[in-house]
Design a protein around this ligand. Structure first.
Ligand SMILES: *[C@@H]1O[C@H](CO)[C@@H](O)[C@H](O)[C@H]1NC(C)=O
Ligand SMILES: *[C@@H]1O[C@H](CO)[C@@H](O)[C@H](O)[C@H]1NC(C)=O
Ligand SMILES: *[C@@H]1O[C@H](CO)[C@@H](O)[C@H](O)[C@H]1NC(C)=O
Ligand SMILES: *[C@@H]1O[C@H](CO)[C@@H](O)[C@H](O)[C@H]1NC(C)=O
Ligand SMILES: *[C@@H]1O[C@H](CO)[C@@H](O)[C@H](O)[C@H]1NC(C)=O
Ligand SMILES: *[C@@H]1O[C@H](CO)[C@@H](O)[C@H](O)[C@H]1NC(C)=O
Ligand SMILES: *[C@@H]1O[C@H](CO)[C@@H](O)[C@H](O)[C@H]1NC(C)=O
Ligand SMILES: *[C@@H]1O[C@H](CO)[C@@H](O)[C@H](O)[C@H]1NC(C)=O
Ligand SMILES: *[C@@H]1O[C@H](CO)[C@@H](O)[C@H](O)[C@H]1NC(C)=O
Length: 685
């Protein structure tokens, strides 16, 4: 019942009190004003013009546009006068502001803290009037306005000292006192300049002492405590200016430059010091200009970036280098040869990077390295053959691969290949006892040499391998380079013929009209220098020379021998003609050999060295003679003696060699020339 009665009474009562409303307000103001805004979210601030309170609590006096102004006032008028003696009471205020301009050091026009009898400043102008006056009202004592301006435009018309000053204005935009914006620092005992338009938050303190009639204005960056000395200190009797009830607030305007003016927090008190603002609670100014990075970013980030970038560059470099190092050539046609193809990387690892310690020897076709395959741990020999031309490689690889299918216990097994730019790598079974020539020649004495049994077995083995190449396989394979240095010894000292077919790589030159002679001096059949055509019978010729060197322990051409005996086959022939062929037997063997076998080998060697290809036996015959399945036909041996000079180089080595050399230099590539040099070296020329 009571409450209903009250509600019913309320409205008439308010209406009744209406004429006395200003009185009520005055009564409210009789209490000393004291308010604090740490940000303006939900505050009672009244704004006009383009001023607004942003969602995050900033008091935005002007937006970023030109020729605009905005005002913000505490909604209620405050009592400033001592009722008993009419003097202006002591008051104090502090606020934090920020000025944002899209340009680095220009903006306009500034912010003013204002004490005014009326909140209605709609007749005022922007620009230099800061939204406070217009031409007609400026300087008028009836304004009753007290202003502290933060002016960022120098306007001569209103006697501005510069474009970055703080001033106190009374009824007039022309300051009573003004100074460039700066703050006292005890460190250097002076004032330090600051830029109002820096976009950074700054704090202002305004204090008026009613007894001393003095107003102090102080400004400082937000992170600096209130300086001990004010920037401006003005003695002025405000009693003559201010009225009893006044509004306090801010005014701001722009002119030529569109500028945002912000107030972040504000505290005010009459009759005492204004409460301190809680800086941490203030809203943040929008970011201006380039993003400010913490030190870790400005200093650390470039370093981290640099380190990362260099790491990436290093890794990329490493990958590229590794890729290039292990680069190989693979073409579509090679896909069929998959199983026979080795990865260059594996060969590189196997040979420990083709280092010199793994080098087994240097032959006419390239260097040979020992290696252990990484996965299978199998011992292999890797031959690096360089070739310049791309042409012919395809056929050659096809042939090499098909030869990889050759299986014979006296052939060095070709396991596969790898191809790189300008280089071919052939992978063979590793032969632990090296090449035969090393055990035949330059041996100090009988202890280290091979005995006759071993030699005879090697000869028979190589013969059966050659026979297999010529006739035992689906196609005829001509070896082209039969010689003791191409015969390798396995762990049981079995002779194994190596390097078969390799000569073809050079035979297939870029120019089909150019024919090349491949082989080694002393083992080359005479007809080959004329026709350049290798055939099974030229292999037989080479095999003859090979048999003689194994039996005699001498190279086919031995420059250390007396001149007439320089050519081994001539010497053997002449000894045989004189009826003592066994004179030519390797002295390292002593008498430790089987006479019939030795004679057979020497005579067969001569027979194979016949200058007329058709008169040489075939490998089928050679194998049978060596096995004792057939006897050497006396007729053909008689023919040898009858023809007198059966060997093409019977007239002496020099003619033969020089004609051969000139022929080679004319028609062959550098590879062949080096090949020839190679064999000259090995024969000691
Ligand atoms: C704002 O003013 C109204 C009266 O006009 C008052 O009721 C309210 O409490 C005020 N709020 C603040 C935060 O001062
Ligand atoms: C007002 O003035 C009287 C007389 O000068 C003085 O006694 C009193 O303290 C003053 N009041 C304030 C609030 O300053
Ligand atoms: C802005 O600053 C630069 C150097 O800091 C100065 O050269 C230029 O005159 C300044 N512009 C204005 C309008 O003050
Ligand atoms: C402000 O004053 C003008 C006259 O100068 C008047 O037209 C206008 O209505 C007033 N505005 C307010 C909000 O009182
Ligand atoms: C100047 O401002 C006053 C008060 O706001 C207003 O009455 C007057 O019309 C204005 N004069 C001009 C020229 O704008
Ligand atoms: C501070 O600014 C004033 C005026 O802009 C100038 O004269 C003075 O040299 C400046 N002081 C320093 C320390 O830069
Ligand atoms: C103004 O500053 C001066 C000098 O620091 C000081 O003596 C005086 O008391 C200050 N006045 C006010 C009202 O703070
Ligand atoms: C201050 O101004 C008021 C009003 O004009 C005057 O009554 C008073 O005497 C002045 N005080 C002093 C100390 O000049
Ligand atoms: C404001 O803070 C200063 C120190 O920064 C302190 O000396 C002063 O007493 C504080 N004032 C108020 C009203 O809390």
């Amino acid at each position: 019942m009571m409450s209903i009665l009250f509600v019913k009474l309320e409205l008439p009562l308010l209406l009744l009190l209406c004429p006395f409303l200003p009185l009520l307000v005055t009564l409210a103001a009789s209490e000393d004003a004291d308010f604090t805004f740490n940000g303006f979210q939900g505050s009672n601030i009244s704004v006009d013009g383009l001023a607004e309170i942003t969602p995050d609590g900033l008091l935005k006096l002007t937006p970023q546009s030109r020729q605009v102004m905005g005002h913000a006032f505490y909604p209620f008028p405050l009592r400033f006068k001592n009722t008993s003696d009419g003097t202006i009471l002591t008051f104090s205020t502090t606020f934090v502001f920020g000025i944002h301009s899209p340009f680095p050091n220009v903006s306009g026009n500034g912010i003013a803290f204002v004490i005014t009898p009326s909140r209605n400043l709609s007749g005022a102008l922007p620009n230099q009037y800061l939204g406070l006056f217009n031409e007609s009202t400026n300087g008028n004592p009836s304004n009753h306005i007290v202003v502290v301006e933060l002016d960022t435009v120098k306007n001569e018309a209103v006697s501005d000292i510069d474009n970055n000053h703080v001033g106190i204005d009374i009824n007039d935009i022309k300051s009573v006192v003004s100074l460039p914006a700066s703050y006292f620092t005890p460190q250097n005992g002076g004032y330090k300049n600051l830029s109002l338009v820096s976009g950074k938050a700054m704090q202002v303190w305004i204090e008026y002492n009613g007894l001393q009639r003095q107003m102090n204005v102080t400004i400082a960056p937000i992170d600096v405590p209130k300086p001990d000395k004010p920037l401006l200190s003005l003695s002025y009797n405000l009693s003559s200016v201010m009225e009893d009830l006044m509004y306090v607030g801010f005014s701001s305007s722009t002119g030529t430059f569109s500028t945002s003016h912000y107030v972040l927090g504000w505290s005010f008190k009459v009759n005492g010091p204004a409460k301190n603002l809680t800086i941490s609670q203030l809203p943040k100014l929008p970011r201006v200009g380039p993003k400010e990075h913490p030190k870790i970013l400005t200093v650390g980030l470039p370093i981290i970036t640099l380190v990362l970038a260099s790491t990436v560059v290093f890794i990329v470099f490493f990958i590229v280098r590794t890729k290039r190092k292990f680069a190989e050539l693979v073409e579509d046609w090679e896909l069929d040869y998959g199983p026979q193809r080795f990865k260059y990387k594996d060969l590189y690892i196997a040979t420990k990077g083709f280092r010199d310690r793994e080098l087994l020897g240097i032959g006419g076709f390239g260097r040979v390295y020992r290696g252990v395959l990484p996965t299978s741990k199998m011992e292999v020999a890797v031959k690096r053959v360089s070739h310049e031309s791309r042409q012919g490689v395809r056929e050659f690889v096809a042939e090499i691969v098909s030869m990889g299918r050759l299986r014979h216990r006296n052939l060095v097994q070709l396991l596969g290949y790898c191809r790189r730019k300008g280089e071919l790598l052939l992978v063979y079974d590793y032969m632990p006892n090296g090449s035969l020539d090393k055990l035949l020649f330059n041996q100090p004495g009988p202890e280290t040499t091979l005995n006759w049994g071993q030699r005879f077995r090697i000869i028979k083995g190589v013969a059966s391998a050659l026979f297999y190449l010529h006739q035992g396989w689906e196609q005829v394979v001509v070896h082209r380079d039969v010689k003791s240095s191409n015969v390798l010894l396995d762990n049981e000292f079995n002779g194994r013929l190596g390097d078969f077919g390799l000569a073809r790589l050079y035979d297939r030159g870029t120019d089909p009209k150019t024919t090349r002679v491949i082989g080694t001096l002393g083992y080359l059949a005479p007809e080959i220098t004329k026709t350049s055509k290798a055939s099974p019978s030229t292999d037989v010729f080479s095999f003859g020379a090979f048999m003689l060197e194994v039996a005699c322990g001498r190279r086919p051409i031995d420059p250390r021998a007396p001149e007439e005996d320089e050519i081994l086959v001539d010497w053997v022939f002449s000894c045989w003609s004189r009826g003592n062929i066994l004179e030519t037997v390797d002295p390292n063997l002593g008498s430790d050999f089987v006479g019939e076998e030795m004679e057979l080998v020497l005579k067969l060697g001569l027979l194979c060295s016949h200058s007329i290809p058709s008169d040489r036996p075939t490998m089928r015959h050679v194998v049978r003679y060596l096995a004792g399945d057939a006897l050497l036909p006396d007729s053909s041996l008689h023919e040898l003696t009858a023809s007198g000079l059966p060997f093409a180089h019977g007239e002496g080595f020099s003619n033969y060699a020089s004609s051969y050399l000139s022929y080679s230099l004319e028609k062959t590539s550098t590879t062949q020339v080096s090949l020839i040099e190679d064999c000259l070296l090995s024969t000691g020329r």
